[in-house]
Write a protein that binds this ligand. Structure first.
Ligand code: NAD
Ligand code: FES
Length: 291
């Protein structure tokens, strides 16, 4: 069992957890992830490690489906069953002069450790953070601590510049500090749009992919993605890939394959939550005696 040391909400449905996992914390490098199971019968979900210290790792979880919502019910003092990692290749950190790091929604949590690593490597780091609305923007203050510039966009104009991250990216590309590398992490349509924005400028662009994962070791094939016409496994060959070589159409179709089952499972979970006799801890650890 892995104990939760701290849990706090960053935005509606987005929660930050600090978990005691010293062996993973000591080995972890920017860009790597863990696969967790909340309880013995739970599904495995990949989560990027947002930060670590000597003993703990930080995970930021967006409650989208049943498992992430179940996880987001846990509090400091609770525990999760399994945490496996660190998995995946660390981010490829080099000096490019200026690096533009784009975080779309909760993708900012994944971009954060890699943006810091680029800064430590001597780069000028320009962050572009996008959210649908002000309340959904996360980690702005943390990014401002080390980035040379931070641009914020909101779709509804409630904060920062009204528009999408690609609007700010166009302005950054046209500026005197044209980036040598763009890193984009967020929803698939955003990563695809960023790739199409940088392609005509010939700017190297990297995306972090989060397809469905099961084992995280390259054995099950669940996380297969097409890159430069070849099958790659995001869990062992990625999660970061050349954005100009990724087939986003196949990626989007594969991620949607289980949508119906996911929605059914979420509906059952929500119905249980409305049950007046429902217990949060028994649900997170089925089979345990009720407290
Ligand atoms: P979101 O839908 O709120 O989008 C965040 C921002 O991305 C928007 O504000 C906008 O600036 C930009 N964006 C979105 N679509 C765009 C487009 N077509 N063109 C240009 N910019 C666009 O993001 P969210 O709700 O935080 O995440 C939604 C999905 O993203 C989830 O399904 C989640 O699983 C996935 N996700 C993937 C990763 C990853 O590792 N690649 C990380 C986080 C989230
Ligand atoms: Fe099974 Fe990647 S998760 S091959």
């Amino acid at each position: 069992m892995y104990r939760i040391i701290e849990a706090s909400w960053l935005a509606p449905e987005v929660k930050r957890f600090r978990l005691e996992a010293p062996e993973i914390a000591r080995k972890q490098r920017a860009g790597q992830f863990v696969i967790i199971r909340v309880h013995e019968q739970g599904e495995r979900i990949p989560l990027t490690i947002a930060a670590s210290d000597e003993r703990t790792i930080t995970l930021i979880v967006q409650g989208l489906g049943k498992t992430t919502r179940l996880l987001n019910q846990l509090e400091a003092g609770d525990a999760v069953r399994d945490v496996v990692g660190p998995l995946g290749k660390p981010s490829d950190i080099h000096y490019y002069g200026t690096v533009a790091v784009i975080g779309g929604g909760v993708g900012t949590a994944i971009a954060y450790p890699t943006a810091r690593a680029f800064k430590f490597a001597g780069n000028r780091v320009v962050a572009i953070l996008g959210a649908r609305t002000r309340d959904l923007l996360i980690l702005e203050a943390e990014m401002r601590e080390f980035c040379d510039e931070v641009h914020v966009t909101t779709d509804d104009g409630s904060y920062g510049v009204k528009g999408l991250v690609t609007d700010s990216l166009q302005a950054v590309i046209a500026s005197d500090n044209r980036p040598g590398l763009v890193l984009a992490i967020g929803p698939i349509p955003m990563m695809r749009a960023v790739a199409e924005t940088t392609r005509p400028h010939g700017i190297k662009t990297v995306v972090s992919l989060n397809p469905i994962m099961v084992d995280g070791t390259g054995m099950c094939g669940g996380c297969r993605v097409q890159v430069a016409g070849r099958s790659q496994f995001a869990c062992v060959d990625g999660p970061e890939f050349d954005a100009h070589a990724v087939d986003f159409k196949i990626l989007a179709a594969r991620n949607a394959m289980y949508r119906e089952a996911e929605q059914r499972s979420l509906a059952e979970f929500n119905a249980q939550r409305l049950d007046p006799h429902h217990c949060r801890l028994t649900e997170a650890h089925p089979g345990s005696p009720p407290p």
